[in-house]
Design a protein around this ligand. Structure first.
Ligand code: SF4
Ligand code: SF4
Length: 445
């Protein structure tokens, strides 16, 4: 994680020696989060550039080194424009992970993108409203899930796709994800909430938008697995984690979401819970991006107490013993580690854990980026780039002896399905099947 505890500008000691290096001032407000020391850490090794999947396939993208430290240095004196290429960065955060010098690259990119949208992008442009629509998926999903069958039908129509492409710039190449007929939260209420009470083992589930509206089976699997281990599951009120908003420079929207999520999750932590996410972009957001971008009360508490679901079980439970002798009737799977799982050091865990189950053969398809990066690959202008980035993953999936994909990230799963035709599972679904049986047997659906 990047170091955000840099001293504000007004604490920089007075220069006693006139020749002493005077770092540039990039923020006008001395209380703003200070990226200057991070920019000064960069020694131009270009490791970030060689790890950027967008720069690899798009010769016009200047890469993370330019988007991060160089752009912040250029912001001195009158040269304050943010380059519009910042909108081509997909926020995969691979450059963050690659940098040997702890330069807070993604924090710089997110901040620059927010400034670019605030100061350079017309609020009357189609691009602005298209990006706002895509990044506020929860609002669209909330409305669509009121009448899921009708929404699914309308979104699947050719005429809708053509309208989206021609008018909004949303590619018609992709199938819009279907809404579930019952959201996770509806299921949770109908079920009567948690079936285990335990003040000593509590988790607060951050389900995010996609598990709630599109794949509630992932949330149900999480509940079954954690209750199997005796955890009381809390489901706090919540909004989007903010991930699609950072990628579109909508930092005001992301902050408003964080202003709901942070106090709700902090209250659950006060009640003895740890925060668990089933999507690795959600856990990344709560852990890293919130404290990097938002100066909110308890933001560090939430960051320090947030976990990925499988990671939490690996640390707190004896998964190896629990899985001994278990079996599932499941096709072999081709596992793709999302970039945001990789950035949290979680890329090897799913294959390792699931390999303990009889009947599962999990193939890791390598370390390439899937290319879709949330809303990035949904934009008409990025579709080809997104598919070019994903090519390596598709090839590895198709070459592996598997016909089902496996990943923790909802948009990676869309790309995997789109590029190979495979159906996609979440590791928690397989874990639930092994430990508890399928949903109907477990009486939990
Ligand atoms: S990897 Fe880090 S130190 Fe190297 S060029 Fe990129 S930002 Fe600078
Ligand atoms: S976040 Fe990803 S796409 Fe953006 S500059 Fe870094 S590596 Fe490239």
């Amino acid at each position: 994680m990047s170091d955000t505890a840099h001293p504000p500008d007004d604490q920089v000691p007075e220069d006693e020696d006139e020749d002493e290096f005077e770092p540039i001032q990039v923020f006008s407000e001395p209380t703003a989060m200070d990226l200057r020391p991070g920019a000064d850490n960069c020694y131009k090794c270009s490791t970030c550039d060689t790890n950027c999947p967008v720069a690899e396939v798009d010769d016009e993208f200047p890469g993370p080194k330019f988007q991060g430290p160089e752009q912040w240095r250029l912001k001195r004196q009158d040269d304050t424009d943010i380059d519009d290429s910042i909108m081509k960065c997909s926020n995969c955060m691979r450059c963050d992970d690659a940098c040997p010098s702890e330069v807070p690259l993604s924090q710089m990119h997110n901040t620059a993108r927010g400034e670019y949208v605030d100061t350079h992008m017309s609020k009357r442009s189609i691009e602005y409203w298209r990006n706002r629509l895509l990044s506020n998926y929860r609002l669209m999903a909330h409305l669509g899930s009121k009448v899921p069958r009708l929404t699914n039908f309308v979104m699947g129509l050719r005429v809708t796709k053509l309208f989206n492409e021609k008018v909004l710039g949303i590619t018609s190449e992709r199938e819009f994800p279907e809404f579930a007929t019952e959201t996770f939260r509806q299921w949770w209420r109908t079920r009567g909430g948690a079936r285990v009470t335990n003040p000593d083992k509590r988790i607060a589930y951050f389900h995010g938008c996609y598990s709630n509206y599109n794949t509630p089976e992932v949330g149900k699997a999480l509940v079954r697995v954690f209750e199997h281990f005796g955890y009381e599951v809390l489901v706090p009120d919540q909004r989007c984690s903010g991930t699609p908003m950072y990628a579109n420079g909508m930092l005001g929207d992301a902050r408003r979401a964080a202003e709901t999520n942070v106090p709700e999750l902090a209250a659950a932590i006060d009640d003895g819970a740890d925060v668990i996410a089933s999507c690795t972009s959600c856990s990344m957001s709560l852990r890293q991006e919130y404290p990097e971008l938002f100066d909110l009360e308890n933001v560090e508490t939430v960051s320090d107490n947030t976990w990925d679901a499988l990671e939490y079980l690996r640390v707190h439970e004896d998964l190896e013993n629990a899985l001994e002798g278990t079996a599932v009737d499941h096709p072999d799977v081709a596992y793709h580690a999302p970039c945001h799982a990789r950035n949290q050091g979680l890329d090897g865990q799913a294959v390792e854990v699931l390999s303990a189950i009889d009947g599962i053969d999990a193939h890791d398809v390598g370390d390439s980026c899937s290319g879709i990066s949330g809303t990035y690959g949904w934009k008409d202008e990025n579709y080809e780039t997104s598919m070019a980035i994903g090519e390596e993953m598709f090839e590895h999936m198709l070459a592996s002896e598997a016909d089902t994909g496996l990943t923790e990230c909802p948009t990676c799963s869309m790309q995997m399905e789109h590029g190979t035709g495979y159906s996609i599972s979440h590791p928690l679904e397989i874990l639930a099947e092994a430990l508890v049986g399928d949903a109907s047997e477990a009486g939990a659906a």
